[in-house]
Design a protein. Structure first.
Length: 117
């Protein structure tokens, strides 16, 4: 039986993974929760707190849309060129300098992820 939705809010992959992990410790996950959990375990790159830091910094410093900020936090593009590609749908045109600063902001998280691989 479906449960009542109490709140809807976007999550990064790592945040979803943590929630599903905690829920799996409390009770058995449904089929779709298990599928989502497996996907999150394979694709989460950083800790949930770090992904939230990235989101806040991107939205505050660069005024990115929520969708773009979440996409960047989830993917952690490994180069400024790939970051620029992810920003194509932003309503605000970003300069090369802004993209470079944005990449410098996420670079420590990328390096940490690559070291842990």
């Amino acid at each position: 039986m479906p449960r009542e939705v109490l709140e809807r809010k976007p999550l990064t992959i790592s945040e979803a993974m943590r929630i599903l992990q905690e829920r799996s410790e409390e009770s058995e996950l449904s089929y779709w929760q298990r599928v989502a959990f497996e996907h999150a375990m394979q694709n989460a790159r950083i800790e949930p707190e770090e992904s939230r830091e990235i989101l806040e910094k991107l939205q505050k410093e660069f005024e990115l849309t929520e969708l773009s900020a979440f996409t960047i936090a989830n993917i952690l593009p490994p180069s400024p060129e790939e970051l620029k590609d992810l920003l194509q749908k932003e309503p605000k045109m970003l300069t090369e300098t802004e993209i470079s600063k944005m990449f410098d902001l996420i670079k420590p998280y990328i390096e940490k992820f690559q070291k842990e691989k």
